[in-house]
Design a protein around this ligand. Structure first.
Ligand code: CA
Ligand code: CA
Ligand code: CA
Ligand code: CA
Ligand code: CA
Length: 366
């Protein structure tokens, strides 16, 4: 009996310690807080989806968060500064996912290109960043209608050849990869270079530009597929984790890559079903590291039911000097949906051992 009581007391002590220590001990989920949230969007519905981060070439504090709003009536891309103020918006159709790549040769210039899947017209939206006005300029050469009913989308740049691709997918498991090119008049056109067929519903995807991999989430199974990112890499994929439900709870949503160097870093996935973010090694077999959640703190509500995510390792001014992690929040406490941002070092230091922090590795130079 005494032995039993001691066991209970020890358990309670450990449980109390773990709860006050900023971590959910049972699942070992690390807890972090957001330090910035963007202005809510105009729509009451579940319309905010996916963010991407643009790093300003000369003044990192002027970097931007570009997000999607897929509302039927007011859809478009929303551009926020690092304080969360919306400073620009496009009036395109249902923009679902968004991604960005640096250093695209266009009309004798080198520009940063943003693509989005537009679900009403079933097209690929293509924009370039106007660095001076911190806005977006439509540079699509034509209405680029894709061959599937577009849902998710992402980009890949082969840093060794400079070729830039847009990848779109649908709810039936189809993937189309398009090569982007200057049409000769300073506008961007796209040609289909590869198709893939996966078993089920897709959305979140991300490419590793240096290691040459394309990761695609099969969302309602909660699994992540891994393919070679180049068109010549064929159509055979493998699973990041063989067993369904090992660390991800469906839907698996946004995927993103943290670069801590040329060949190291992390693959991060939004595990929507349990309101957490799972961290895997970028290199090798993508071994699982751990999970974290963004909880209430700093007068900003925590995040839940997250769709898209993005991370950036680079110095982005005083408030995000060690990088930034940005997520869509499915339930904003006051107002409509928005994006939340966490300094990367707060996530890195929540883990033991700490995750790598490298604000100096420069994705822009590739
Ligand atoms: Ca949603
Ligand atoms: Ca994205
Ligand atoms: Ca989804
Ligand atoms: Ca929330
Ligand atoms: Ca809020």
């Amino acid at each position: 009996m005494t032995k039993y009581l001691i066991k209970i007391i020890v358990f309670l002590l450990i449980y109390t310690y773990s709860c006050t220590n900023g971590e959910d001990n049972k699942f070992n989920i690390k807890h972090v807080y957001a330090t910035m949230e963007t202005e809510p969007v105009a729509s009451f519905d579940d319309t905010v989806d996916d963010p991407c981060i643009w790093v300003h070439p000369t003044d990192p504090s002027l970097s931007l968060i570009i997000g999607t709003d897929k509302d039927e009536n007011s859809a478009g891309l929303r551009v926020y500064d690092l304080s969360g103020n919306q400073i620009y918006e496009t009036e395109i159709e249902k923009a679902n996912n968004v991604d960005i790549r640096y250093g695209f040769k266009l009309g004798g210039d080198t520009v940063d290109i943003v693509t989005t899947g537009e679900r009403t017209s079933n097209t690929l939206g293509v924009f370039k960043i106007d660095s001076d006005n911190r806005s977006l300029v439509n540079v699509a050469a034509r209405e680029i209608i894709v061959g599937i009913t577009v849902y998710g989308s992402c980009m890949y740049k082969n840093v060794y050849t400079g070729e830039v691709y847009a990848i779109v997918n649908d709810k039936e498991g189809n993937v189309e990869q398009y090569k982007l090119f200057d049409n000769g008049s300073g506008l961007v056109d796209a040609s289909l270079v590869r198709t893939l067929k996966l078993p089920g519903k897709l959305e979140g995807c991300v490419a590793d530009d240096l290691l040459g991999y394309l990761y695609i989430g099969e969302e309602d199974k909660g699994i992540i597929w891994k393919y070679g990112a180049n068109p010549s890499d064929g159509d055979i994929g493998s699973l990041v984790e063989d067993e369904i439900g090992t660390h991800l709870t469906a839907d698996v949503e946004g995927l993103t890559i943290y670069y801590s160097g040329d060949s190291t870093g992390y693959l991060i996935a939004s595990s929507q079903g349990d309101n957490t973010y799972a961290v895997y090694k970028r290199e090798g077999e993508n071994s699982y590291i751990g999970k974290f959640a963004i909880v209430d703190g700093n007068n900003i509500d925590g995040t839940s039911e997250t769709d898209g995510i993005d991370v950036c390792n680079m110095y982005l001014g005083a408030n995000f000097s060690q990088g930034i992690f940005v997520v869509q929040d499915g339930k904003n406490d006051v107002g409509n949906q928005n994006f939340k941002a966490v300094p990367w070092e707060n996530i890195a230091s929540a883990f033991n051992p700490s995750l790598d922090i490298n604000p100096n590795w420069d994705l822009r130079k590739y």
